[in-house]
Design a protein around this ligand. Structure first.
Ligand code: CA
Length: 524
């Protein structure tokens, strides 16, 4: 005879079962570590290209997981890229279209950290935030605060919910210290976590840390890109009008002819020991314009790469810490940058353009047991996809739809079918630093079509034969059909994402103010 079981006992049993299921599910949910850098060009990650620099620690993620070969952002500028990362939506939808005149990021909208937090994740962000409003959806935040939230490489000020903090030290190391402190002592060990580690490096003005300054080699020479001395007078008017040339628009502080004002005595001595002799030699020579561009290029790229080497070492520290604490096994680790960067191509520095050089980013993901080790993906993916992907890893559904898609199904064993997908891009920050015209466009499998819509200029590139957007094919015979097709697909992307016809405007005084700033920055 079966024993009689009361309704109460049955209910209690069912409740216990449900609780256990929730507990098990919670145990299986991965931690997420999102490592973000600022302006890190794909060419400066050795997992992609080892001609310029070695980044052994970032490369660890490529070895243990997936390397995306065709990852892009939708608006290649710091704040907007960050807003898209958080919301999974393009700039027009999240409202943060420009660093310079969008005001503060609206932190009341849906973001993936908020959704994770509501689902029981502990959430933290340390480092560069650059959205002006205080972070929302984070149990812990500690972000760079000085220099309009750009921060300084040495002795940056931070701000957290506890207030402001002055520091002494090098930014990549300070950010890593803060990340490790939170992992060790800032969180409940039972809950899964999201940790966002946002480096300032290698953003302008790309200043190496103490270790790299100590080993500075003034005589080392890096290869020059073929287009370093390119004559842009035969390119489109928007390209001719940009103010981002290494020769003309790079300032003394960029190429370390002048020292940052906030170094302590020891830091200043190291800086002087590294750059002082080279600066004296530079002052004693008379260089032609091209020779000067070449000199500045070397200083620029060598300091840019040296700052990346320092950051890579700090990323290694963080990865070692995850390994040593048994956290690496059930943690999804992402490395990416908020956009690419011109490293002398077209004679340029900076970003903003829909060009491969600036809109394409490194994207690496490691999640042992789920993402196979050492694979690469040629899918066209975009920063709108990060939020949906990380939410899916945690088993969380967004409350309102995002623009991006979950990439994880593309990383399983059966990912052979090519992905028919076009990417939308839209740059708004004009007026703005560097005078890059507003443009939108479509990045398809082989071609890219760009519309500088306030200048009525179009550009078409065949990326299979021209991977650095050098030869504008728009209007050339033989490209009529592909152009017409791309225009149609561009319109459907704009309809799909509901891009308004009416653009947001900067205040009337912004343009003149920017020109004044640029003039002051480039003063000798
Ligand atoms: Ca950036």
């Amino acid at each position: 005879m079966r024993p009689k079981v009361s309704v109460f006992t049955r209910l209690a049993g069912a409740l216990l079962g449900a609780l256990l299921a929730v507990k098990l599910q919670a145990a299986a949910r991965p931690n997420i570590v999102f490592i973000f850098s600022d302006d890190h060009a794909v060419k400066a990650v050795s997992a992609y290209d080892d001609n310029l620099v070695s980044t052994p620690n970032i490369d660890r993620l490529a070895k243990a997981g997936v390397r995306f070969n065709r990852a892009y952002v939708g608006n290649a500028i710091c704040g907007p890229s960050r807003a898209t990362t958080l919301t999974g939506t393009h700039s027009h939808a999240n409202g943060f279209v420009s660093n310079e005149w969008s005001g503060e990021f609206d932190g009341s909208q849906q973001t993936f950290p908020k959704l994770l937090q509501a689902a029981g994740y502990q959430t933290a962000v340390v480092g560069k935030w650059h959205l002006y409003s205080d972070p929302t959806g984070f149990d812990h935040w500690d972000v760079i605060d000085n220099a309009f939230e750009q921060g300084t490489y040495f002795n940056p000020r931070f701000r957290s919910s506890a207030g402001e903090e002055e520091t002494n030290g090098y930014v990549a190391e300070l950010i890593t210290d803060k990340a490790i402190q939170w992992l060790d002592a800032g969180r409940e060990l039972e809950q899964p976590f999201l940790l966002m580690v946002h480096h300032k490096t290698p953003h302008r003005n790309w200043t190496p840390g103490p270790e790299e300054l100590r080993h500075w080699d003034e005589d080392a020479r890096l290869p020059e890109p073929p287009s370093l001395l390119r004559d842009l007078s035969h390119t489109s008017i928007p390209r001719q009008n940009a103010r981002m040339s290494i020769g003309e628009h790079m300032g003394d502080n960029d190429v370390k002819l002048s020292m940052p004002g906030n170094l302590d005595e020891q830091q200043a001595a190291l800086w002087q020991q590294a750059f002082g002799p080279g600066n004296m030699a530079y002052a004693a020579q008379t260089l032609s314009q091209d020779e000067q561009t070449r000199w500045k290029y070397q200083r620029y790229l060598k300091t840019y790469l040296a700052s990346i080497r320092g950051m890579d070492r700090q990323i290694g520290r963080l990865l070692d810490h995850l390994d040593a604490n048994g956290l690496a096994d059930n943690t999804l680790i992402v490395y990416t940058s908020d956009q690419g960067f011109f490293l002398g191509e077209n004679g340029w520095f900076d970003k903003r353009w829909m060009d491969e050089i600036s809109a394409r980013v490194p994207l690496l993901m490691q999640w042992s047991g789920t993402i196979p080790a050492g694979i690469s993906s040629n899918d066209l993916v975009q920063n709108i996809d990060y939020a949906p992907t990380l939410l899916a890893a945690a088993g969380v559904e967004p409350a309102t739809p995002m623009h991006g898609v979950n990439l994880l199904p593309r990383l399983s064993g059966e990912r052979t079918a090519p992905w028919q997908r076009d990417l939308y891009y839209h740059y708004y920050e004009n007026p703005g630093f560097h005078g890059v015209a507003r443009h939108y466009g479509i990045r398809a499998q082989r071609y890219k079509l760009i519309h500088f819509y306030r200048d009525e200029v179009w550009e078409l590139y065949d990326l299979q034969t021209d991977p650095e957007d050098q030869v504008n094919l728009y209007g050339k015979p033989g490209f009529e059909a592909i152009t017409a097709d791309l225009k149609k697909r561009l319109q459907s992307l704009r309809a799909q994402y509901q891009v308004p016809e009416q653009d947001p405007e900067a205040p009337w005084y912004h343009g003149p103010m920017i020109r004044l700033f640029e003039w002051l920055l480039n003063l000798r």
